[in-house]
Write a protein that binds this ligand. Structure first.
Ligand code: UDX
Ligand code: UDX
Ligand code: ADP
Length: 480
């Protein structure tokens, strides 16, 4: 029986291993983590992450061929294939601070693998890492080994949160990079055999190590670039009276461009896009390619601009001050169908409004009060450092209340900001909400979820990203 161990029971490791266990009943899969609370949650009725369909998969395999454990060393030493899916935060200090990846967690995992291994192993990079990480990891592994053969593979994960299970069941492609040696080819084949249990072989792409590592950064950079492109257009649409959804539709009909990932928004978030682009920028700079670095940097700059522009629009529309005014925040997660708040645009928008002394009443169907307050008191980039999380002080956030539904959040509010596209926000009784709000009542839709015309009929002053402006807003231009 092949044994797989995955170090890191997070958003990537957990769902990926659960699906491997489901699709390969003859493989024993152990998911290990240093976080006792996370492992306990994986073994409980309340899984640590919210992901549609995940619970069902876990329940089918847990205790049969899928195990969650904190006994990292035991499971690593017994495994034939070790996936590494630990945090790769952006460095907060020292060389490359604010850009380069901090490989502390990766390095400690690699050293541990080298220490506890007694047999040959395939070590698989699963978390996104900078190009050439495999080379560094290989050095750690081989220099410590006791004649043990380690083969390093890069097998980046392309799942998106909210659709993780669907993406894993039916991936566009699986990418496996390895050394171009006979041993490397054998290792690639071994991993290919695992995926071939359910993925058609023509969708399994095999490359060299560096191509696989770079493809992951490139794919995320291209996706983020599309969003920044449409968001840049949204600003121009507001200035000219065009409607960004009409422009996206027309542009997306070109089969060379395609219709997906063209929704204008208050900005992209999530654990990958910004981090991976910063990584790409740093690698370009280190390789003496400043023009290439600047090209990609602009994708992040436009994303930051979009969030700032939104905050400015809110403040300027409300007579240039939100001081002491109740603002309802609907949605805090970085996208719908997830409870994840890593790099969510809501953090920057809320911090911007708090900077102008607003009183925020926040509602998100999946994010806890504790998480929201921690996010708003945390420093940039600290979210991916398990040790730094403790330094956040949620009690310092006094202008924020977190409530249990949208009606409570909006009651008595001067304005509403929609920051996540949860389906339930489309179906709210906006007539009732209007009745209970201060007048004039504002809606700032950062996700294009509301029916603008209908809300204007009710009496709201509505701003929706990239849509023709309300006459009220035209008189109060936002300073970006
Ligand atoms: C373009 C648009 O495609 C077309 O829809 C519009 O109406 C007019 O402008 P055209 O300029 O005729 O058409 O050619 P196109 O095939 O788009 O190529 C433009 C340039 O991009 C060429 O120099 C081509 O070699 C280059 N190109 C295209 C690349 O370098 N790489 C590619 O992958 C595609
Ligand atoms: C992304 C990649 O899609 C995935 O392949 C990779 O493995 C990890 O990073 P994820 O971050 O989970 O996945 O979510 P994604 O659906 O890509 O959305 C990222 C952000 O972009 C979200 O904040 C989302 O709201 C935003 N977005 C997405 C837009 O603003 N407009 C769009 O059209 C699409
Ligand atoms: P991702 O979104 O990439 O899955 P997460 O932050 O959700 O990232 O998960 C990473 C997990 O890795 C965390 O649960 C963390 O506790 C775990 N981890 C980090 N370092 C180690 C290590 N050396 N050994 C075991 N687990 C680790």
């Amino acid at each position: 029986m092949v044994k797989i161990c995955c170090i890191g029971a997070g958003y990537v490791g957990g769902p990926t291993m659960a699906v491997i266990a489901l699709k390969c009943p003859a493989i024993e899969v152990a998911v290990v983590d240093i976080s006792v609370s996370r492992i306990n949650a994986w073994n409980s009725e309340q899984l640590p992450i919210y992901e549609p369909g995940l619970e069902d998969v876990v329940k089918q395999c847990r205790g049969k061929n899928l195990f969650f454990s904190t006994d990292v060393e035991k499971h690593v030493s017994e495994a034939d294939i070790v996936f590494v899916s630990v945090n790769t935060p952006t460095k907060t200090q020292g060389l490359g601070a604010g850009k380069a990846a901090d490989l502390t967690y990766w390095e400690s995992a690699a050293r541990m693998i080298a220490d506890v291994s007694k047999s040959d192993k395939i070590v698989v990079e699963k978390s996104t890492v900078p190009v050439k990480t495999a080379e560094a990891i290989e050095k750690i592994l081989t220099h410590n080994s006791k004649k043990i053969n380690f083969q390093i593979l890069s097998n980046p994960e392309f799942l998106a949160e909210g659709t993780a299970i669907q993406d894993l069941f039916n991936p566009d492609r699986v990418l496996i990079g390895g050394r171009e040696t006979p041993e490397g080819a054998k290792a690639i084949q071994a991993l290919k055999d695992v995926y071939a249990h359910w993925v058609p072989v023509e969708r399994i792409i095999c490359t060299n190590l560096w191509s696989a590592e770079l493809s992951k950064l490139a794919a995320n950079a291209f996706l983020a670039q599309r969003i920044s492109s449409v968001n840049a257009m949204s600003a121009l649409c507001e200035a000219t009276g065009a409607d960004v959804t009409q422009v996206s539709h027309a542009v997306g009909k070109d089969s060379r461009i395609g219709p997906k990932f063209l929704n204008a928004s208050v900005g992209f978030g999530g654990s990958c896009f910004q981090k991976d682009i910063l990584n790409l920028v740093y690698i370009c700079e280190c390789n003496g390619l400043p023009e290439v670095a600047n090209y990609w940097k602009q994708v992040i700059k436009v994303n930051d601009y979009q969030k700032t522009r939104f905050v400015n629009r809110v403040v300027s529309s409300m007579f240039n001050t939100v001081s002491g005014k109740k603002i309802a925040i609907l949605g805090f997660a970085f996208k719908k169908d997830t409870g994840d708040t890593r790099e969510t645009p809501a953090i920057d928008v809320c911090k911007g409004l708090l900077g102008d002394k607003a009183q925020l009443s926040i509602y998100d169907p999946q994010v806890s009060e504790d998480q929201i307050k921690r996010d708003l008191s945390m420093k940039k980039f600290d979210w991916d450092h398990p040790v730094h999380l403790q330094s956040a002080d949620p009690t310092s956030i006094t202008q924020v209340s977190v409530v249990g539904d949208a009606y409570e959040a909006t009651k008595g509010a001067h304005g509403i900001c929609i920051l996540t596209e949860w389906d339930e926000f489309r179906k709210l009784d906006y007539q009732r909400i209007f009745y209970n709000m201060q007048k004039p009542a504002f809606v700032f839709d950062g996700r294009n979820v509301v029916d603008v015309e209908k809300l204007r009929e009710i009496g709201f002053i509505v701003y929706s990203i990239g849509k023709p402006l309300d006459s009220w807003l035209k008189d109060m231009p936002a300073v970006a």
